[in-house]
Design a protein around this ligand. Structure first.
Ligand code: GDP
Ligand code: MG
Length: 186
């Protein structure tokens, strides 16, 4: 891995930020990533199939910023996400499914795991996915919001299915990482 994986500024103009996506199995992590990186949704995605990471470029303040977004690719089913997965990450999305309370209850465990592997000050977004399934919602917007406030996380609800807020979720995290780095440099 290059020395840019910790998010440091590589000689002036290039930025590469490693961002990890975590959360229970089937909450929509892989689909959020494929929606963000390739604008694709896969209704039949298998938990076992997945690439390690995808890189997407966004422009912030006229600078190209590369987000290298990592997908657990099914490891999370066995609660065996390795420390290598977290290594060098400077941003995270913790995803739950708004129709499944159990996945929301797991958020604290994912956050604890993240905090054992990464800087607790990293840019982290709590993501309530599947907002298109309003009719079978089981976690209210308020519950999501107040947990995020309690834990000092950003919060957003998304739908990988209909594209709602997906790029916004990633862009807020990327912008926050960028601002963190600028603050350190100044
Ligand atoms: P992962 O295990 O967290 O990576 O979840 P996947 O991305 O594989 O998605 C699990 C299942 O949820 C699949 O059947 C997806 O089609 C479905 N899914 C993912 N995102 C959404 C969404 O935003 N809305 C709806 N309705 N289904 C979704
Ligand atoms: Mg997956």
């Amino acid at each position: 891995m290059s020395d840019t994986e910790n998010g440091s500024n590589n000689g002036g103009e290039e930025y590469l930020f490693k961002i990890v996506v975590i959360g229970d199995s089937a909450v929509g992590k892989s689909n959020l990533l494929s929606r963000f990186a390739r604008d694709e949704f896969d209704a039949h995605s298998k938990a076992t199939i997945g690439v390690e990471f995808q890189t997407q470029t966004v422009v912030i303040d006229g600078k190209e910023v590369k987000a290298q977004v990592w997908d657990t690719a099914g490891q999370e089913r066995f609660r065996a996400v390795t420390s290598a997965y977290y290594r060098g990450a400077v941003g995270a999305l913790i995803v739950y499914d708004i129709t499944r309370k159990d996945t929301f209850a797991s958020v604290k465990r994912w956050l604890a795991e993240l905090n054992t592997h990464c800087d607790t000050a990293m840019a982290t977004m709590l993501v309530g996915n599947k907002s298109d399934l309003e009719n079978i919602r089981d976690v209210s917007v308020e519950e999501g919001k107040s947990l995020a406030e309690e834990e000092g996380l950003f919060f957003i609800e998304t739908s990988a299915l209909d594209s709602t807020n997906v790029s916004t979720a990633f862009e807020i995290v990327i912008r926050a990482i960028y601002d963190n780095i600028k603050r350190k440099v100044l």
